[in-house]
Design a protein around this ligand. Structure first.
Ligand code: ATP
Ligand code: MG
Length: 147
């Protein structure tokens, strides 16, 4: 197995106008490593994450994820690369109007619409969530609360 980092950031610079958020930031994350980024509000944690996943173009620097350069990719290329990982956001990790199974179906529907796989896409307009077992509902709640 290669010991090349899964995420590699070199010489990252991000700024908004005169406000420099990152300058010369270097970061490696190895396969299987769990990394927490800690810092005061507004210190650039989210901007770093957005840069790594390709939602924000840095002023300078190189970012590689799974061996793929994330800087300067066109939307189709970026979308293809993003299929290879999952991201859980801080809040609202699940769609609260959908069951857990339906939440799992969302990316399948997004990337493979021709499969017509998803029960919730066929619901009549205005209908609410489908009935679901209690354990499923509890799981959805605990998943949301743990993000
Ligand atoms: N799109 C933007 N336009 C202008 N300034 C921005 C933009 N996004 C972030 N910033 C600024 O960049 C700085 C870093 O923001 P960031 O959201 O990365 O902070 P953070 O460390 O994630 O904070 P928090 O802990 O509150 O989530 C902040 O000063 C913020 O105001
Ligand atoms: Mg943040």
């Amino acid at each position: 197995m290669s010991d090349k980092p899964i995420i590699s950031v070199r010489g990252l610079r991000n700024s908004f106008g005169d406000q420099v958020i990152h300058e010369g930031l270097e970061l490696d994350v190895q396969r299987g490593e769990i990394l927490g980024v800690v810092g005061g509000s507004g210190t650039g944690k989210s901007v770093l994450m957005r840069s790594i996943i390709g939602l924000q173009t840095p002023d300078e620097g190189e970012i590689e994820v799974l061996g793929e350069n994330m800087v300067g990719r066109n939307e189709d290329e970026a979308k293809n690369i993003r299929r290879r990982w999952g991201i859980l956001f801080q809040n609202g990790a699940l769609f609260s109007t959908l069951t857990v199974a339906e939440n799992v179906e969302v990316p399948i529907h997004e990337y493979f619409p021709f499969l017509n796989c998803c029960s919730w896409t066929n619901r009549p307009p205005g209908s609410t969530r489908s009935p679901r077992p209690r354990s499923t509902s509890s799981f959805a709640r605990s998943s949301r609360n743990s993000s």
